[in-house]
Design a protein around this ligand. Structure first.
Ligand SMILES: Nc1ncnc2c1ncn2[C@@H]1O[C@H](COP(=O)(O)OP(=O)(O)O)[C@@H](O)[C@H]1O
Ligand SMILES: [Mg+2]
Length: 230
């Protein structure tokens, strides 16, 4: 099943065009990565899917064009995001931040799932988020997005600002999420290695255009051709 199908999507800030008519899709159970340099439009793409910027074009989610829907309705349909910069409530505890992501009051099993995925943050469940390391905060941001039991998980640069060993930790968690839940994931990244390690397919986004795409396996070895701009 096609979870997300984007057709000729343009996005604007004021009169400036930032996405220049892009096409992409994500099928059920796939992890798809959008790789692109700073300023390519990666965050704008995720904001477009959530209805946070002005767009033209079709954004089909589970077969329905959601491009005109309000953000809250898109989220209710089953889209959640772990945003760039994490956006946690710094003075609230880890657990309260996670619970904020839940859809209702019946979140105990889901919370346990998140803690099993990230034992590091279980140990810190009662600490305010501001006391956590960058890696732990990223785990809370991903965990909070998972609490909603989304159909489509959007991730904005989960590797940002993290040391390689911590990125490996995030990678292992993503591989587990993929393996155990079959969740559909669309992530945007600048980290080529992380994208190649976790995704089934990759799109390359440069200056608001998709300039390359393919299965991860088919793109291996083409870094020079496609990725020198990242
Ligand atoms: N709120 C905004 N207002 C105006 N221009 C913006 C805004 N946010 C981003 N831009 C511009 O849009 C382009 C794409 O930005 P962004 O989507 O954040 O890129 P990326 O996430 O790939 O680094 C950049 O040129 C950036 O300067
Ligand atoms: Mg960004």
């Amino acid at each position: 099943m096609r979870v997300l199908d984007i057709d000729d999507l343009k996005a604007y800030y004021g009169k400036a065009i930032v996405l220049r008519g892009i096409n992409l899709f994500v099928d059920e159970g796939e992890t798809v990565a959008i790789l692109g340099p700073n300023g390519a439009g990666k965050t704008t793409l995720l904001k477009s899917i959530l209805g946070l910027v002005r767009t033209e074009g079709i954004i089909r989610f589970l077969g329905r064009d959601i491009a005109k829907l309000k953000t809250i309705d898109r989220i209710r349909m089953g889209i959640s995001i772990s945003p760039e910069g994490r956006h946690l409530f710094p003075n609230m505890s880890v657990e309260d931040n996670l619970i904020l992501g839940a859809r209702g009051n019946d979140y105990r099993d889901r919370l346990e799932f998140v803690y099993e995925l990230f034992p590091e943050i279980r140990r810190r469940r009662n600490n305010p988020c501001k006391n956590l390391s960058g890696g732990e905060q990223q785990m809370v941001a991903i965990g909070r997005a998972l609490m909603a039991e989304p159909t489509l998980l959007l991730m904005d640069e989960p590797s940002m600002g993290l040391a390689p060993i911590v990125i490996n930790r995030i990678r292992d968690a993503l591989l587990r999420i993929r393996g155990e839940t079959g969740l559909t994931i669309l992530m945007v990244e600048q980290n080529i290695r992380l994208a190649f390690e976790v995704s089934d397919r990759i799109y390359v986004l440069v200056k608001g255009d998709i300039v390359g795409e393919g299965t991860t396996d088919s793109l291996r070895g083409l870094e020079k051709q496609y990725f020198e701009q990242i």
